[in-house]
Design a protein around this ligand. Structure first.
Ligand code: HEC
Length: 177
């Protein structure tokens, strides 16, 4: 290969790599929350639309106290939403347990949001969710490269300000502990 072409090709590869890194940088601040089960399982959601059973964990538990006071969640809060397929009957509908709830099937993945002091500053105001970052992990606990993290910001952003971008804020507030 002509050395000029080789240089151009190398420059292109670097540019592609930089673009990729920039796109992933925010979510990559979040490490897989290996200890999520040591946090508080504060609510369970049956999602009829996508036939999922979801467990929502928070750590540290002091985030619940903040929600009870109607405050934003503290720096260091990690919310882990564990997605499972609902167990289906022969007609393809989720089966219901004795409490009328879905049952836990195969693990689909993990959606995580984490808040730290100073995070989020690089986002334009129309995307930024305060100091929260988002990440999606596969059942093997690896980063899910196929996830569209911008969509996470876009869907959580319009929530009323007193919910701190958290859909289940009222469930945190109501959790008895
Ligand atoms: C189309 C809207 C939408 C998108 C996109 C979305 N979420 Fe959510 N998210 C929700 C809703 C609604 C809930 C409440 C729980 C439920 O219904 O499953 C939720 C709950 C959560 C929770 C539990 C805390 C809370 O806010 O209640 C986490 C963590 C979370 N999402 C992370 C993510 C991540 C990470 C992504 C992107 C990979 C993402 N979400 C994309 C709508 C969305």
């Amino acid at each position: 290969m002509d050395s000029r072409i080789a240089t151009l090709a190398a420059a292109g590869a670097v540019a592609a790599l930089v673009g990729l890194t920039a796109a992933r940088a925010g979510g990559d601040k979040i490490a897989f929350p290996a200890d999520y089960q040591k946090g508080v399982l504060y609510t369970i959601v049956d999602r009829a639309d996508n036939k999922q059973y979801r467990e929502l964990y928070v750590s540290p538990a002091s985030a619940i106290a903040a929600a009870k006071n109607g405050e934003p969640l503290p720096h260091g809060t990690v919310l882990t939403l564990v997605q499972y397929r609902a167990v289906l009957d022969s007609a393809g509908n989720p089966t219901k347990n004795a409490e009328g709830r879905f049952s836990k099937g195969d693990l689909v993945g993990y959606a995580v949001m984490e808040k730290r002091a100073g995070w989020g500053a690089e986002y334009p105001p129309e995307i930024r969710n305060g100091e929260w970052e988002y990440q999606s992990f596969t059942p093997a606990k690896a980063v899910n490269d196929k996830a569209n993290l911008t969509a996470c910001f876009q869907c959580h952003k319009p929530l009323p300000g007193n919910q701190d971008f958290v859909f289940s804020y009222d469930k945190l507030k109501a959790h008895g502990m």
